[in-house]
Design a protein around this ligand. Structure first.
Ligand SMILES: N[C@@H](CCC(=O)N[C@@H](CS)C(=O)NCC(=O)O)C(=O)O
Length: 247
């Protein structure tokens, strides 16, 4: 069935969906959408995704056309329909294991209302990339509140990993050896900061969890562009960044 993924590699939820398609061996036509240049705000794109954001997915099958928005809805759909059922159910089992699915849904819900709150990762990256002449002022007035806003979320995650009983290594949100779509959603978000050089020294279990995800082949491949943007930020910013802010 021809499936088109409208996405961009600098968008965290786009990366989560693309990584999942690769993990599940689902072939998609990848269509790059210049969201920073306003392509999501065009009429043709609104017809695909009324919320006018990437990612979006269009599935065409048996004369039917299914346009889908929102990364979490897209990822659960892909897991429910992938042909490799056993593999897909590790990422999100759906009706096959409603308790496990409910725990994944719980982390996805928390992620969107907390870690992704205010889309702060784009703001942090953008602030690092723009107005380099205002380095210190930016850091004090704009960056620090965003960084501080993340601390409680990181502490919640660290506490969760610490409380896990027989936890696998590297840790996963559900505490077993298989990451799920919740790990992907949240991991793509926090990885963006790691790419820019932030360290999570004060949250060693969060750092280990993120490192475990970042070692995965498809995660690495799809993160190349964000790695390059992170390198650019590090080169431009010289010594002024408090990269160990979360230490
Ligand atoms: N809740 C959405 C968030 C999508 C989102 O915010 N996408 C951003 C890029 S990361 C976007 O397309 N922004 C473009 C715009 O708002 O015009 C999801 O998970 O898919």
């Amino acid at each position: 069935m021809p499936t088109t993924l409208y996405a961009h590699r600098l968008s965290q939820p786009s990366r989560a969906v693309e990584i999942l398609t690769r993990e599940l061996g689902i072939e998609v036509n990848f269509q790059d959408i210049d969201f920073a240049g306003g392509e999501t705000r065009t009429e043709w794109f609104a017809a695909i995704n009324p919320f006018q954001t990437v990612p979006a997915l269009v599935v065409e099958s048996d004369g039917q056309r299914l346009p889908l928005a929102e990364s979490q809805a897209i990822m659960t759909y892909l897991c429910r329909t992938a042909s490799d059922r056993e593999l897909a159910q590790r990422w999100y089992p759906g009706e096959h294991d409603v308790s496990r699915s409910a725990r994944i849904d719980q982390w996805l819900a928390w992620h969107h209302g907390n870690v992704r709150r205010f889309d702060m990762f784009h703001h942090i990256m953008n602030l690092h990339m723009t107005l380099p002449m205002l380095k210190r002022e930016i850091q004090a007035t704009l960056l620090q509140p965003l960084q501080e806003g993340l601390r409680p979320e990181l502490a919640t995650l660290e506490g969760h990993f610490k409380r896990q009983q027989a936890s696998a290594y590297p840790p996963t949100l559900l505490g077993d050896k298989y990451p799920t779509i919740a790990d992907l959603a949240m991991g793509c978000e926090l990885y963006q900061l790691r790419a820019a050089g932030y360290r999570f020294d004060g949250y060693p279990r969060v750092a280990a969890w993120l490192a475990g995800l970042a070692e995965r082949e498809h995660f690495r491949a799809v993160s190349k562009e964000i790695d390059a943007q992170g390198r650019e930020i590090r080169e431009q910013s010289g010594e002024y960044l408090a990269l160990d802010t979360f230490g």
